[in-house]
Design a protein around this ligand. Structure first.
Ligand SMILES: C[S@@+](CC[C@H](N)C(=O)[O-])C[C@H]1O[C@@H](n2cnc3c(N)ncnc32)[C@H](O)[C@@H]1O
Length: 252
């Protein structure tokens, strides 16, 4: 018997934002390999499955990608239904593409179950529409991490042309703000931080590019994943949500 692998997006946090296809795959799974950002309540949907945490956790050694790929292939070859559960969408900064290639090359049958990416759902949950007629005709999703690759993209972008969502960029927020200001982006361009979106601990800050570098994240939120959002659409949150969104918590 040959097994099967499902590369599944778990959505941004709240298990209610799992897709029906994801819930079905979890229900049938024999083995679930999951990341750090996946909510425990999503794992409860896989009652029969053996579960393995294969994600990165600050300060601890993490399992390398080649080992994860090998675990997926081995599980399937043993005839098991394997779910690889990844935060958000598996193909958005999730290395899901690498896993799909490894499975294809190994001749293992697999499927991709897309997920709701935090890149779009995060801003939405904070009342920020990533596109808005008259304000933003597009949305650019960038990573704030490897080799500061965001520099060449942001540097080439006309200010105010599109909404920019930066993932894995909280630590680089001051550097990103400085870079954009140095290139003539206006200090009053609306900016936001959206942390732990759709989770019970969600926290957000809204201000402007001039204040972004000094925007403080409360100590009890520092472990949360978060997004940096730049663009006039951030101002829309003011008009469409009033009470639900935690407002301008702390600006140093
Ligand atoms: C390795 S990437 C994975 C992204 C994921 N595949 C997705 O589509 O959402 C991890 C980054 O996603 C973002 N992220 C994930 N979940 C989030 C959430 N609930 N709220 C805000 N940002 C989140 C953060 O920028 C975090 O550093």
């Amino acid at each position: 018997v040959s097994g099967f692998v499902s590369l599944v997006g778990a959505g941004p946090g709240d298990p209610d934002l799992l897709t029906l296809a994801a819930a079905r795959a979890l229900e049938r799974a024999d083995l679930v390999l999951h990341d750090a950002l996946v909510d425990g309540r999503a794992l409860d949907l896989a009652p029969r499955a053996q579960r393995f945490f294969v994600g990165k956790r600050a300060g601890r050694h993490s399992i390398d990608q080649a080992t994860i790929n090998a675990l997926l292939v081995r599980g399937a070859r043993r005839g098991r239904r394997v779910v690889r559960l990844k935060a958000g969408d598996p193909f958005v900064f999730g290395r899901g593409g690498e896993e799909a290639i490894a499975l294809a090359e190994a001749g293992v049958a697999f499927e991709v179950i897309p997920g709701v990416s935090s890149a779009l759902a995060g801003p939405a949950s904070a009342g920020i529409p990533v596109t808005h007629r008259g304000l933003a005709s597009g949305c650019l999703v960038l990573t704030g991490q490897p080799d500061r690759a965001w520099r060449s993209v942001l540097g080439a972008l006309p200010p105010r042309s599109v909404t920019v969502v930066l993932m894995m960029a909280l630590g680089a927020r001051a550097e990103i703000a400085r870079f954009a200001l140095d290139r003539g982006w206006p200090a009053d361009l609306p900016a936001a931080l959206v942390l732990g979106a759709t989770s019970p601990r969600a926290w957000s800050w809204r201000g402007d590019l001039g204040g972004l570098g000094a925007a403080e994240i409360p100590a009890d939120c520092k472990d949360l994943p978060g997004l940096v959002v730049l663009g006039d659409v951030v101002g829309v949150a003011e008009r469409i949500r009033t009470e639900e969104v935690p407002r301008d918590h702390a600006i140093a």
